[in-house]
Design a protein around this ligand. Structure first.
Ligand code: ADP
Length: 655
């Protein structure tokens, strides 16, 4: 193929413009990105070679080489990985395929300064080379292809690039950066070593650089002020040395790894630019042997709620990279966990399908799940400082101090996902229940555990009361809470969309049943005294004829109508039967376009309320009945089935 010119995809041009115009503040990240690509290319080769060792040709030692030339002003990153065919070079280096980069592009504001900061944090893969280069030449050959099928790709980082066929003996890829004048610093071995140490120490393959030595200058004139010599220079020796640790981070002993290294590794594998919240690193021995390094991110990704969201675990077998997003290694409710599992037992050619069936994988998944839960339990345990007395935090170890507030942070980001586990993971349900936190009628922050609640239960209280609603305000001001407030009984406020569904799987906590305040007949058991019970019975008796009329008027809307002592200030509320689906869940299902059974609620009226007292004998009975029902529906977040009719009725009465 002779020289061809291609245009970049529009997004690439846009990205390149940004890279070249506003990205100097964090320019060194280009090296991390290019080394990471080189390392990926080696991983890919290793993986393909499992079934075809011929791909190694005569160079089975995978490595990355850095070299520079001050005179030519070039810096070259060479790998002997998988390489690219001409078509691959055109496709991969001319478009943006990576969703992360697209995501990043969508965040750009147009303000150069903040965009530059963003780009530095995200990294933009190959194109970041143009931060320091005004021209990039890529020479590459696909492993297994003939030497004559090499490719040269050249671009100045503006609208287009050229490709042509070349002869290239070695397989793999060389990225030759023609450095800008203001980036000549990078043609320096100290500088390169420093950056490699910072970002790429954990890369498991060796990164080599040609060794340099100081060479004295030529002898010219003994009387000259330089001792008779020209200034000396660093010269290359032709010997290559490894400049990274080249051992996969997770294989090193914990004590040799700094927090910073753990955090850097996290950023590398997660493409997150913030530090992780916490992590756990263990070698598991026994019938199934593996190493796990698992991280809890500090922030939830935007697509956390996407049900197809891939798991964040990379699978290695004996340090050989096998696959990304190994969903079989982590239950879906822990899909936010990022990390690495390195198995000693799985076969190298394991496929996704095989993973689903493997007993070893099952054991690993169970082990990883337990680890994550322990990690969360530990955060939860240390979340609050001991009851504050002067200077008490001094007593906490530094490590424990660092954990203060961490669980609340975790929970705000991932608590709702964790709840999915109640339905998904029976075997850990008890542990999960202890990890849940809620707001309550006595706490606005989402910080009340079931255990906290139980400890505060009133004498004679025999249930954990809760209410589900769309919003915190909706829950707090719900009519169903009135009598609980009056009697000072705490009620948990549940406002996550997943709550309704998750609570289906939970009947009790530690022997105490959970009771929705919006379900079933009102019964506070021992919390009501005899007088109150008697008054309620009397009211029910006196109200019988009115109830019968209400029932008739509302027969299309309400399953039943009864009096209640649940209410204090409101005239009426809606409840469902004990085993019925809550109105909120039914609404949610409908909104999601799913089949939901028609829920006919029970209307409960407050016999003490003036409006309810007025019903008997009113000429507006029919309208009042419907208004009562529709208002009760509004109060719990629903909408009247015929809003216009509701408005008409209210207006008629107001007029
Ligand atoms: P990413 O690596 O995140 O996919 P890049 O823009 O860095 O995005 O690279 C785009 C693609 O170019 C890669 O997915 C890969 O297919 C190819 N590529 C980049 N560098 C190399 C390399 N050194 N060897 C082989 N392929 C490469």
């Amino acid at each position: 193929m002779s020289k061809q010119t291609h245009s970049f995809q529009a997004e690439v041009s846009q990205l390149l413009h940004l890279v070249t115009h506003s990205l100097y503040s964090n320019s060194e990240i280009f090296l991390r990105e290019l080394i990471s690509n080189a390392s990926d290319a080696c991983d890919k080769l290793r993986f393909e070679a499992l079934n075809n060792t011929a791909l190694y040709e005569d160079a089975p030692e995978l490595q990355v080489r850095l070299s520079f030339d001050e005179v030519a002003k070039t810096l070259t990153i060479t790998d002997n990985g998988i390489g690219m065919t001409a078509q691959e070079a055109i496709d991969h280096l001319g478009t943006i395929a990576k969703s992360g980069t697209k995501d990043f592009m969508s965040k750009l504001s147009g303000d150069q300064k903040s965009d530059a900061q963003l780009i530095g944090q995200f990294g933009v893969g190959f194109y970041s080379g143009f931060i320091v280069a005004d021209k990039i030449t890529v020479e590459t050959r696909r492993a297994g292809a003939a030497a004559t099928e090499g490719v040269r790709w050249i671009s100045g980082g503006t609208g287009d690039f050229e490709v042509e066929t070349i002869t290239r003996a070695e397989r793999g890829t060389s990225v030759i950066l023609h450095l800008r004048d203001d980036a000549l610093d990078y043609a320096n071995s100290w500088k390169l070593k420093e950056i490699v140490g910072k970002y790429s120490d954990h890369i498991s393959l060796p990164i080599l650089m040609e060794k340099q030595e100081w060479k004295d200058g030529e002898l010219i004139d003994p009387k000259d002020e330089n001792g008779g010599r020209q200034p000396g220079a660093m010269v290359k020796t032709g010997e290559w040395e490894t400049i990274n640790k080249a051992s996969a981070l997770w294989t090193r002993p914990k004590k040799d790894i700094s927090d910073e290294q753990y955090a850097d590794f996290y950023k590398q594998i997660s493409r997150d630019f913030e530090a992780p919240l916490t992590w756990t690193h263990n070698r598991v021995e026994g019938s199934t042997e593996y190493t796990q390094l698992l991280y809890i991110p500090g922030k939830a990704p935007q697509d956390l709620w996407n049900r197809d969201k891939k798991a964040g675990i990379k699978l290695y077998v004996k340090r050989v990279f096998i696959m990304d997003e190994a969903e079989a290694l982590m239950p879906s409710y822990l899909r936010f966990v990022k990390g690495v599992v390195d198995s000693a037992d799985l076969p190298l050619n394991v496929s996704r399908e095989l993973l689903q069936e493997s007993r070893d994988v099952k054991a690993i998944r169970e082990g990883c799940t337990k680890r994550v839960l322990s990690m969360l339990e530990d955060l939860a345990k240390h979340d609050k400082a001991p009851e504050a007395t002067e200077g008490v935090t001094d007593v906490l170890s530094e490590e424990d101090q660092a954990k203060l507030g961490q669980y609340a942070k975790f929970y705000a980001e991932f608590g709702a996902v964790l709840k999915e586990g109640l339905g998904e993971d029976m075997s850990n349900r008890e542990r999960l229940l202890k990890l849940l936190r809620f707001a309550s009628s006595s706490s606005d922050t989402v910080s009340v555990s079931f255990a906290d609640y139980k400890a505060r239960m009133k004498e004679g209280q025999d249930a954990i009361y809760y209410i589900t609603a769309d919003t915190l305000a909706g829950a707090k001001n719900s009519p169903q809470l009135e009598v609980f407030k009056k009697k000072g009984i705490e009620v948990l406020l549940m406002t996550d969309r997943v709550d309704e569904w998750a609570l289906n799987f939970v009947q009790e906590f530690d022997g105490t049943p959970l009771q929705s305040v919006a379900k079933g007949a009102f019964d506070l058991g021992k919390l009501q005294d005899e007088g109150e019970k008697k008054a309620a019975e009397d009211a029910a008796e006196t109200f019988k004829p009115v109830l019968a009329k209400l029932k008739e008027a509302l027969k299309d809307k309400a399953e039943d109508v009864r009096v209640t002592s649940r209410l204090v200030d409101s005239p009426a509320c809606l409840v469902v039967t004990d085993d019925g689906m809550s109105m909120q869940l039914a609404r949610m299902l409908k909104q999601a376009g799913q089949q939901a059974p028609e829920v006919k609620p029970v209307l409960e009226v407050n016999p003490e309320h003036p409006l309810v007292k007025k019903l008997d004998g009113s000429v507006h009975f029919h309208d009042l009945a419907h208004i009562l029902f529709d208002q009760a529906l509004l109060a719990e977040g629903g909408l009247p089935s015929d809003p216009a009719a509701y408005v008409k009725r209210v207006n008629a009465l107001l007029a």
